[in-house]
Design a protein around this ligand. Sequence first.
Ligand SMILES: Nc1nc2c(ncn2[C@@H]2O[C@H](COP(=O)(O)OP(=O)(O)O)[C@@H](O)[C@H]2O)c(=O)[nH]1
Ligand SMILES: [Mg+2]
Length: 202
Amino acid sequence: MFSLIYGFYKHMVQKDEYCVLILGLDNAGKTTYLEAAKTKLTNNYNSIHPSKITTTVGLNIGKVDVAGIRLNFWDLGGQNELQSLWDKYYEESHAIIYIIDSSDRERMDESKEIFDKMIASENLRGIPLLVLANKQDIPECMGVREVKPIFNKNSHLIGKRDCMVMPVSALTGDGVDEGIRWLVDCIKRNSYLRPPRNQEEM
Ligand SMILES: Nc1nc2c(ncn2[C@@H]2O[C@H](COP(=O)(O)OP(=O)(O)O)[C@@H](O)[C@H]2O)c(=O)[nH]1
Ligand SMILES: [Mg+2]
């Protein structure tokens, strides 16, 4: 009897866990985005004011429960010397969020180069990819219409995976929910290829 009840209890509280990597150049807004996602999707989340966010050295982790599953976000540092560490995480990830600073035209090519290198990785084949044109609140920024063709150029590398380019402002939170909801659907659809991890036994 105990095991039956315990089994049911576990079924009720245990969630499928998926890992989402947040990647992009340094200063693209990855950490700000993670905070915005936590704020939007967690009840009573005590958010960090954007002005208090400092450069990420190493890794920030955030956990959000949405649509019946748990997402573990991994915000990896984007500086050059840290980029080489990214592919260590690819094998374990279920989705990628790639963040672009749409207001930084000078680094657009650099961002695109890193992006191409990332999507060429075997370990990410078929993994859903959300590309976010961030900082849309800045008036002179590049819109999705401008950003999309640049990042869709190497469609052979994107392959058959789900891929979407969306506008967002991590600072105001505009577009944050929409992107995550899209990603959650893709992750669930793709779970036969990359199954969730189950929460550790309590
Ligand atoms: N205007 C504006 N600034 C942003 C936005 N997202 C991030 N920033 C700013 O960009 C800078 C870098 O953000 P951060 O999250 O630390 O970038 P990271 O290095 O990719 O983690 C900070 O000054 C943020 O306040 C946005 O959507 N709009
Ligand atoms: Mg950061």
